[in-house]
Design a protein around this ligand. Sequence first.
Ligand code: TXE
Length: 480
Amino acid sequence: MMQLQNFIGGQLVAPAAGRYLPLVEPATGQVFAQVPDSDAADVDAAVQAAEVALPAWRALPAEERGRLLVRLAELIEQNLDRLARAESQDNGKPLSLARTLDIPRAASNFAFFGTAAQHFSSEAHVQEGVAVNYTVRHPLGVVACISPWNLPLYLFTWKIAPALAAGCCVVAKPSEVTPYTAFLLSGLAQEAGLPAGVLNIVHGTGPGAGQALIEHPGIRAISFTGGTRTGQHIARSAAPQFKKLSLELGGKNPNLVFADCDLTEAVRTSIRSSFANQGQICLCGSRIFVERPVYEQFKAEFLAQVQALTVGDPLLETTRQGALVSEAHLQKVLSYIDLAHQEGGRLLTGGHRVQVPGRCADGFFLEPTVFEGLAPDCRVNQEEIFGPVVTLTPFDTEEEALHWANGTDYGLSATIWTRDLTRAHRVAHQLHAGVVWVNTWLHRDLRTPFGGMKNSGVGREGGLEALRFFTEPQNVCVKL
Ligand code: TXE
């Protein structure tokens, strides 16, 4: 059986205590590999390797650091098929999605930040004849990057790339549920010639390796994407040591469909925003509010397209819905479907586990599911389900739609469908969401600030915001 290893000081190494966890393929329910169950000793070795590498790495010109990151991007592109297969096997997502979204984006992350570091500059404040102040942005030092299982390599590299570009050394922990592509990245980092210790990858559980990482005194900052509760826990652990934090947490995103929109496009894209990656994207729009005059038409067209989504083996080109990431997560999503019935929802389609024949007979498949008739303040419309389950609700006025859209503890993203430009801006500005899409969804420009309001997180990633996060400004004042 394949055994993954940690990547510490430029070497692939076994966990110090020799303990491993089983890695399950969601589409088959079978164990296909073992992943290190690392502990504080492994984390400490990784932090030490990063500390040794730091002085030379931060002293390299940004251009040279960038060249290595661009090389890594090229290697990811050259290994697209291998990485996409690994991602699909590990996570359950359709191979076609991994090939067109996850892996290309991982390459773009390195290419983007590899060059962005050369465009990063700092300010000068001149007091005529009196003094000149300039700002130096120092790399923070050794930082931790912790990522979740839904977009494994995509989110892992989204954190690592800006940290390295800014001159920090990294100890990164991928999700223990989906560590395979992070392991493959170790080999590519070696091949790209990344100096030993600049990037270290430690595998293991949240309470094990993760907790040791966030508590380590050598870690100056933590960039985390994952559940809101874990984010709260990390904030509590990190606060006494004054570690800088960037927390990208959950969402319960509204999708507002106004009657004047291009309905065909709104339905087509809402299928993606509801069910892409089996609904396991923090940006998915799980609460669809439709203006009453077009509600029935939207519903009919939407349901017809939901029913046409093929659930099946992620390796098949025809598959649109792969497996959920784990049996435990499938059970969690099924429990919300039970709750939706209890809360008085009307099931319009889906709602059941799917038995896929052949090699996927024991996989974690679920029908894409749509409910209506649920109150905007019920639990199903308030809590993050993180699966292929959405609700439809008609609305009568813009105020009502905004009130419901903003009526959760989350504030990550929102989508507006309308042809009225004035309304689009007016509604966008009133939405409590860090990202608002108008007549589109998941359109990402890597230069834009990315992050959530309210319980969806703290801080912004993306573009220069990420480089600012991984650096510390220093004011130098010179008397003229
Ligand atoms: O996430 P966790 P889980 C949501 C989604 C999901 C729920 C729980 O609703 O059902 O969160 O998912 C590491 N110290 N999202 O349990 O636990 C962990 O090992 C340090 C939203 O998988 O937050 C993994 O690497 N690290 C989401 C990472 O944190 C710790 C994506 C995320 O795991 C740790 C995924 C600790 N004490 C789930 N405990 C999004 N916003 O995209 C855990 N980890």
